[in-house]
Design a protein around this ligand. Sequence first.
Ligand code: KDG
Length: 350
Amino acid sequence: MHTTTMTRVTSLIGATLLGLTTLQASAAPEIPPIPAVQGDVVQAEGDFKIKFSIGTTQSGAQYRGLEYFEKIVEQRSDGHIQVELFHSAQLGDDLQAVSNLQSGTLEMTAPSTSPLVGMFPEFAVFDLPFLFPTPEVADKVLDGEIGQKMLDDASRQGLVAIGWAENGYRQLTNSATPVTSPDDLDGLKIRTMQNDIHLDIWRTLGANPTPMSFAELFTALEQGVVDGQENPWITIEASKFIEVQDYASETNHVYTPFITLVSERFWNRLPAGYQQLVRDAAKQMGDYEREVSRTLNDQIKQQLKQAGMQITELTPEQVEVFQEKLAPVYDDWRDEIGGELIDAIRKASQ
Ligand code: KDG
């Protein structure tokens, strides 16, 4: 086993024990139970298997959503569609998984939109800082005309986009110093997703950003290749970043969705009844996963504090300093993303 992998495995065991200790030290998060399956069995021809791969870990909110998806599809197809779940990028990182959908060797994945901006430029709107003031605004956009149009537009290049879920509001962590203002970021090496707006954000704030896949992140933090990263609380906890990150700042600087994608080659083999079943299951998965994400977020932030992570909850005035510093990012990217789309999302916030 590769040294790094062995380090990772050993580290994960240690972190899991630490994590379990942490969770045992304080009440484990109250995860909303997976709901009962609603709806009749769908009658259609054929037997199918869906391999569904994600990059986040088995203890995150996203995997809970996939378990619900599996339950719905297997029950409502009367077992004629079998679902096999893979977490922690076991079948490749986001871009590898999307490529495997295009080649037909993988049936489903649900990455963040950020690494896909090279394929779907309009997704960059989700990387604009502080664009979604509340989760309710995010829901209104994703579940409304804008979100549906984005799914339709992303159903090409060998992919069928069928639903939205929640990665969530992103928070900054690092191993070096408490961060209350952009001034504290000077020289900090921050990992970003493979996305030019995220690179622009952290350069504008004065940090030294490095793009890399999520699959490489823990090892890069552990080896000091980067000092920090930014992700939602659930991902921070589920990935056991507390083992390699001492400080966090509640910046809520970007809201990231997950997009549920199906291989078009597989999709075209499904009878219409099963296509609708998979669409319905993806919608129910996304609704449940958002509930889990929002239920756990505050609990997990408190647990990370109790486990020793020094969490800075920025005041509105401190957040405003970040917002003002990042205003030029809108000017940099407005034309490329499309001012109409940005204005439509801002209108949804009113
Ligand atoms: O599959 C997980 C990825 O989509 C990843 O993007 C999660 O927020 C994430 C990150 O920081 O890469």
